[in-house]
Design a protein around this ligand. Structure first.
Ligand SMILES: NC(=O)c1ccc[n+]([C@@H]2O[C@H](COP(=O)([O-])OP(=O)(O)OC[C@H]3O[C@@H](n4cnc5c(N)ncnc54)[C@H](OP(=O)(O)O)[C@@H]3O)[C@@H](O)[C@H]2O)c1
Length: 453
């Protein structure tokens, strides 16, 4: 008999931080799949430290329908016993409480302690790598799957690189792929202050990431045909996609490198906990078509002036973020120092609705792998692919997170028993790409051409 006691009932999924700006959009996305035919999501609860804010979030997410009877559970990240009690009542926890380097560790600790699965939307490399160093072994042992970066950071980069690399059919091989991100809007592009805070703290913690890496064993490096790409100019005019672009210091390239390192160490991907022969075959086939490449991400705008605005914002965060007084100024006046990119009250619903993104992947490589050793290794082939979708932070991120959650709930046997991993190596061979396409995020091949050497 089902347990309907609100104090002890168990759930398929709990969303922690459901009262946050992103959290409420994640709740809205999850409700679309709750109890629908064939959905593995039958029971859901929302968790956070303030039950009236959780109730407001649920009402907003369900509108114009009345809020469904979903339990609201009290849990505070500064109270480990509340987290452990929460984790003991669910199969999977989605964490929307950030900045993750401040609040994330006790949540991962509780999930691993309880042996449940965990996904988050962190875009903070130091947090992700610290969680891997601290909890991977125990997570493997107890069967707790911990995957960070299941949002715009960094699933489009992971899936987009794989999609581009799979277009290179033998004997052709890629050498590099550069992703160009373009954010578009009919009104204004605005982010909530939560993401800005995470970025500011990221600058402050950059040194800790270097220190952590120095203390860890070196990861395997993939064998990539041809030389590494040359360092380009600070500002690039990329004619093929009509954008002025600069390097984007996001987590994407770091997360992709972790996936490629794990793939190099496990050339057939990660074994599922209870896979069928058919799925083993499918997984091996999938990974045999993914060819590693050097990878970087740039952000682009149509005008040079737009790039200048990005550079000034980056300089403010990069310089002021390094010392305490500078950080307090950045955090006190987000709109001023981000030149309007971030707002304390977040974007309006209209601003969210009217925004979208395009991410081009310009892959360069060789029409035949043997050419990598000739002519200074200059690429002679180019394949351009593109991912596009709705607004990145509050529409695309919830779509990705919820689809990853549905895969964990519905296809657990095909996923690794446990461990701390980046999303690409876990979800690459699943139907995540098809699911994203069905939910408004498209993957396209734009062009394939030969380059003069
Ligand atoms: N991957 C991506 O592309 C992506 C996209 C969007 C956002 N994000 C990340 O998501 C995170 C959240 O961003 P946001 O804009 O939604 O921030 P936000 O609006 O400030 O939400 C933060 C949430 O954390 C909760 N929280 C804070 N302290 C807590 C505690 N001690 N115990 C329990 N809950 C606590 C807040 O609860 P209260 O309501 O009670 O304060 C709120 O629900 C950020 O790290 C951001 O970078 C990532």
């Amino acid at each position: 008999m089902a347990n309907d006691d609100p104090q002890t009932q168990a759930f398929d999924l709990v969303i922690l931080g459901a009262s946050g700006f992103t959290g409420k959009y994640v709740v809205r996305e999850a409700l679309k799949f709750l109890g629908t035919p064939n959905s593995p999501l039958k029971t859901l609860a929302l968790a956070g430290r303030n039950s009236s804010k959780l109730a407001q979030s649920l009402a907003w997410a369900a509108a114009p329908s009345p809020p469904p009877p979903i339990p609201l559970i009290s849990a505070d990240v500064s109270d480990p016993s509340s987290l452990l009690a929460l984790c003991r009542r669910t199969k999977l926890l989605l964490n929307c409480v950030g900045p993750f380097r401040v609040y994330g560790d006790p949540v991962v600790a509780a999930c691993v302690e309880a042996g449940i699965d965990y996904l988050d939307i962190s875009g903070e490399p130091e947090f992700m790598e610290r969680m891997e160093a601290k909890y991977h072994e125990k997570a493997v042992k107890v069967g707790s799957l911990v995957v960070s970066a299941c949002g715009f950071d960094s699933v489009p980069a992971e899936m987009g690189l794989m999609f581009n690399s799979r277009q290179w059919v033998s004997p052709a091989v890629p050498n590099r792929a550069e992703a160009y991100l373009s954010l578009e809007s009919e009104t204004r592009i605005v982010g909530n202050v939560g993401t800005y805070e995470s970025a500011v703290l990221g600058v402050a913690n950059a040194g800790q990431l270097q220190e952590l890496r120095r203390s860890r064993p070196k990861r395997a490096r993939p064998a990539i045909p041809g030389p590494p790409p040359p360092k380009g100019p600070l500002i690039e005019h990329q004619k093929s996609v009509g954008l002025w672009a600069i390097k984007l210091p996001s987590a994407d390239a770091i997360v992709v490198r972790r996936t490629l390192a794990t793939l190099t160490e496990n050339p057939h991907g990660l074994q599922g906990v209870d896979e069928t022969e058919e799925h083993i075959e499918k997984r091996k086939n999938f990974w045999s078509t993914v060819k590693p490449a050097h990878f970087g991400v740039k952000i682009g705008t149509k005008s040079l002036l737009g790039i200048m605005r990005l550079i000034v914002t980056g300089l403010f965060i990069g310089l002021f973020g390094q010392f305490a007084f500078g950080r307090s100024l950045l955090l006190k006046f987000p709109e001023i120092f981000s030149l309007g990119w971030f707002r304390k009250t977040g974007p309006t619903e209209e601003e969210v609705r009217s925004a979208s993104f395009k991410m081009w992947f310009i892959g360069s490589g060789y029409s035949n792998g043997s050419l990598a050793l000739q002519g200074g290794g200059k690429p002679d082939a180019e394949i351009i692919t593109r991912i596009s979708g709705p607004e990145i932070g509050y529409l695309t991120t919830p779509i990705i997170l919820v689809q990853c959650a549905l895969i964990v709930l519905g296809q657990r046997a095909n996923l690794p028993k446990g461990g701390v991993y980046p999303p690409g190596i876990v979800f690459g061979p699943t139907d995540l790409q098809e699911r994203l396409q069905e939910n408004g995020i498209s993957f396209e091949v734009i062009s394939k051409k030969t380059l003069s050497r």
